[in-house]
Design a protein around this ligand. Structure first.
Ligand code: ADP
Length: 463
């Protein structure tokens, strides 16, 4: 059974049962009230009659005096029985009926009130024992017709049944309509999900016109977010495979060409061998970088946790990098402060090498690169700043992605230097040190990378 049908059934049943319980309560309450009022009238009438009942001293029977003053209503019936169960008096509207109004209460020990059927007639009968002192002298039975009460109750029952049926029908229709409106977006979610599966098209999104903060809105937003994420992942994965393929092709072509050439000339040329070796080294580096990234992204990057003097590390990297910058640009030390952190010295060195070699790679001759180590806001900070071409604003959010290179560096990549993996590796290493890496860049002015790491108190005991 569908959720819509179940909800409709549930709500309809709830409304039906509530109205029914309400109706039954009203029915009982009204019949109780009517009977109470009727009983009061019967008791008053009985009281009037009792005042006029006398015992005939000669015959020992009961007599109702001043009968004409009683002014009994048409639907009120009276019988007076003596102690020997002889009918001594009955109201004229009973004609020649000789059986008691309430046969079961002919000689009651106390007042008895009951509903009685005599033939078709439905009566409310009150039977009151009459006595003088402790001597029983007879029974007075006063009755009133319940026909009007029955008719009123019948109308009430009919109104309640029709009302309940109407309310149940309206509720069922209402709930069906409301749940249709409320659940319709869900069936659209299902249909879109099925279309996505069939068409393999993750670019589709579920449209929703309702309020974004309601449950369905939130569900659709979450689903759309999942789709975006999946689309992103698929796109990244596809791009990754394409990029790896592309990066492998160039060195492999060079290697294949050189080998073919050597075979053709029939000797191993030293220059050709060097070129093959360089390409093999390049491939080796790329595979190494990819393995490192795979480890880092899956959280399985083995890291040492030792005290590292970032200032010393920076000086060391600067010194080693001078050879790359020499004759081309100035590579110098900016601010330097003693900064201690806990981490993996070799990995952090790799991060610094990546940033500094990028700066050297992308800054045109005559440029300047300044690197520094210091503290800010209770954190260690390493900076690498250049006055190179800068990174376009639209590229900034992507530079830490695998294989990402700006258009300019892609076209330059024929020099075979970069794979677009250096910053991804730097990002993951810093992240695994509970740090952060940020970049500020203005096109035409330069780029500044900052690495933020938690400072150490000098103790690097394992966490
Ligand atoms: P690559 O191997 O291409 O250098 P990276 O991951 O190290 O890959 O860098 C990604 C991209 O970020 C580079 O291709 C380049 O476009 C840009 N980039 C990185 N550092 C700089 C810099 N200092 N100046 C300008 N662009 C840079």
């Amino acid at each position: 059974m569908s959720l819509r049908a179940r909800l409709t059934l549930l709500y309809t049943m709830l409304v039906g049962v509530t109205i029914l319980a309400f109706g039954v309560t009203i029915y009982h309450f009204i019949s109780l009230t009517i009977r109470e009022q009727l009983d009061r009238v019967l008791e008053q009438t009985a009281g009037e009659i009792i005042k006029n009942v006398h015992v005939d001293p000669a015959a020992g029977s009961l007599v109702v005096k001043n009968e004409e003053n009683l002014r009994l209503a048409d639907n009120v019936y009276v019988q007076l029985w003596d102690h020997a169960n002889n009918l001594n008096y009955q109201s004229p509207n009973l004609a020649d009926m000789h059986r008691p109004l309430d046969p079961l209460a002919k000689s009651p020990s106390e007042k008895v009130t009951r509903d009685i059927f005599i033939g078709e007639a439905h009566l409310r009968v009150i039977s009151i024992p009459l006595s003088i002192g402790s001597r029983r002298i007879g029974t007075l039975q006063v009755a009133a017709g319940l026909t009007i009460v029955d008719a009123a109750q019948e109308v009430l029952v009919r109104v309640l049944i029709i009302g309940t049926a109407l309310a149940v029908t309206v509720t069922a229709a209402g709930v069906y309509f409301v749940t249709y409106r409320a659940l319709d977006p869900l069936s659209r979610v299902t249909q879109t999900a099925l279309k996505i599966t069939r068409a393999d098209d993750l670019s589709r999104r579920i449209p929703y016109q309702g309020p974004a903060e309601d449950e369905v809105g939130q569900l659709i937003a979450a689903f759309n977010q999942t789709l975006s994420r999946l689309e992103n992942l698929f796109y990244t994965q596809r791009r990754f495979v394409a990029d790896v393929g592309h990066e492998l092709r160039t060195p492999l072509t060079v290697i294949k060409g050189n080998i073919a050439l050597m075979r053709r000339i029939g000797s191993t040329d030293d220059e050709l061998l060097q070129s093959v070796e360089a390409e093999v080294n390049r491939l080796n580096r790329m595979v190494g970088d990819l393995l490192l990234l795979a480890q880092a992204e899956s959280g399985k990057l083995p890291l040492e946790h030792r005290l590292v003097e970032l200032d010393t590390l920076l000086l060391e990297v600067l010194q080693q990098s001078q050879v790359l910058a020499r004759g081309k640009l100035t590579l110098r030390l900016g601010e330097i402060d003693q900064v201690l952190i806990c981490g993996d010295r070799d990995r952090l060195k790799q991060v610094l090498i990546n940033l500094i070699s990028n700066a050297i790679k992308y800054t045109p001759p005559g440029g300047e690169i300044v690197a520094g180590a210091g503290k800010e806001n209770g954190q260690a900070r390493l900076t690498v700043q250049d006055n190179g071409p800068g990174i376009p604003a639209e590229a900034l959010p992507h530079i830490f992605e695998r294989f990402y290179r700006t258009e300019k560096s892609r076209t330059r990549s024929s020099d075979g230097k970069g794979f677009g993996l250096g910053l991804s590796i730097a990002y993951w290493i810093v992240k695994h040190h509970n740090g952060d890496i940020t970049v500020d860049s203005t096109e035409g002015q330069g780029t500044r990378f900052c690495i933020w790491l938690p400072l150490s108190e000098g103790d690097c005991s394992p966490e």
